[in-house]
Design a protein around this ligand. Structure first.
Ligand code: TQI
Ligand code: CA
Ligand code: ZN
Ligand code: ZN
Length: 160
């Protein structure tokens, strides 16, 4: 089932309203699917997410990056790593700009919204799950869409 990062890092109880921002210049088409993923998490947990424009002030900072981009976890071009996000309360969420991304489910492309659901799980403190239907299960392919699973929600309830 669900798992947490070593030491169970989490957002403090006072911080259930989190802000997020896209790095200036992020392509507009990426914003709607990420917004939807935040709303999905908000509708099923005690967290609330609000998008702001000030990238530096946001709790969660979203950007498309390629190769070595300064956080010690370089992306690897097409294939391999698709995206990464860090444990609480770091807040960084990066997509690999060298992958093929789609807004709708499309063969050969990774679904932006599904990957956002997974990475937001990491941002909130979930590690990987052993339940195949869970969004935190560590297997995902192009042309695939997934939603939140009761295991993911049980994980958040157990952590907070
Ligand atoms: N990226 C890994 C992942 O998100 C890297 C990673 C980031 C990670 N934070 C982590 C790994 C914390 C462990 C713990 O899991 S990935 C999936 C999956 C990736 C993988 O590119 O391999 C998804 C990105 F696991 F579901 F297949 C998105 Cl949905
Ligand atoms: Ca890659
Ligand atoms: Zn990064
Ligand atoms: Zn993961």
């Amino acid at each position: 089932h669900y798992a947490f990062f070593p030491g169970r890092p989490k957002w403090p109880a006072s911080k259930f309203r989190l802000t997020y921002a896209f790095r200036p210049g992020t392509r507009a088409t990426a914003i709607t699917p990420v917004n939807r993923a935040f709303q999905t998490w908000a509708s099923k947990t005690h967290f609330r997410f609000r998008r702001i424009t000030d990238f530096r002030r946001a709790d969660i900072k979203i950007s498309f990056e390629r190769g070595n981009h300064g956080d010690g976890f370089p992306f690897d071009g097409p294939g391999g790593t698709l995206a990464h996000a860090f444990a609480p309360t770091n807040g960084r969420f990066h997509y690999d700009a060298d992958e093929r991304w789609s807004v709708s489910v499309t063969p050969g492309f990774y679904h932006l919204e599904t990957v956002a659901l997974h990475e937001i799980g990491h941002l909130l403190g979930l590690h990987h799950s052993s339940v195949p239907g869970a969004i935190m299960y560590p297997t995902f392919s192009t042309g695939q869409r997934k939603g939140l699973h009761s295991d993911d929600l049980r994980g958040i309830k157990a952590l907070y």
